[in-house]
Design a protein around this ligand. Sequence first.
Ligand SMILES: Nc1ncnc2c1ncn2[C@@H]1O[C@H](COP(=O)(O)OP(=O)(O)OP(=O)(O)O)[C@@H](O)[C@H]1O
Ligand SMILES: [Mg+2]
Length: 286
Amino acid sequence: MRDQTNRGQQAGTAANGGGPGVAPIIRLAGVRKSFGAQVVLDGIDLDIEPAKTTVIMGPSGCGKSVTLKHMVGLLRPDAGEVYFRGRRVDTLREREWLPIRLEVGLLFQMGALFDSMTVLENVCFPLRENTDLSASARVDRAREALEVVDMLGYDERLPAQLSGGQRKRVALARAIVLRPAVVLYDEPTTGLDPVRSDGINQLILKLQRTLGVTNIVVTHDLTSARTVADRVVMLLGGKIAADGTMAALARSPDRRVQHFLTGTYVAEEIPETTEAPAGAGLAEEA
Ligand SMILES: Nc1ncnc2c1ncn2[C@@H]1O[C@H](COP(=O)(O)OP(=O)(O)OP(=O)(O)O)[C@@H](O)[C@H]1O
Ligand SMILES: [Mg+2]
């Protein structure tokens, strides 16, 4: 494989204060993913340090959700490897992913609560599917999770009877009810007003600080990134264009990164994805 090492990788790790001794909880190594002729991830190397909050940013369509899906086995790389706690997982069978998914909570981009279930039933659902807990123990655990997101007292409501921010919080309760070591958030603040967004940001920090959760947050929300990030990884054109603290990113010499951070639209600088040159990549992956 070509050398696709990310320039910022070392700096980013050092900026985390982690250093070489900390084993990553999740590792993507040379991950490539295409859909048809469209190259979405073009050799991503990413080590996620435990008990930190890593933010993944980048323009719409750059592959942020695709990256998260590789971390939970919802997508498989065309080339490269995915590791969870040092174990290679991209080659696992679907059934073998199940115990890993118990350790990784995913807050989907759309929130996706079950419309016909109450708040409490929604949060109990992963417990019912994945544990042997009794009904009353499930309710206790679900209430604990609802308390974390400050949604106790809404147990009997249906999702349609909640605001967008409340739905996100319930979805977050559902994502954490199995007490995962890692929580992946896909656009957790999108569509929320600044106060509700801050509420979600504070929850993300609380999970990290009080429960030692490893957070991976996909967002375009710069305020959110500034609030929660130990480290920011910027995806552009299928590669990691910058990696470090928010302050380090602000000093990035890459003009595309500067333009993203200042919200300056320069179309040719932020192609949604790279097109595969004719024949490229295929031989390499075979
Ligand atoms: N299952 C799929 N089949 C085909 N193309 C896909 C699939 N999933 C994602 N893509 C394409 O891959 C690219 C990256 O998608 P992805 O959802 O990761 O973007 P994103 O960075 O999360 O964008 P947004 O900020 O809008 O959510 C897009 O062009 C998308 O159309
Ligand atoms: Mg997305």
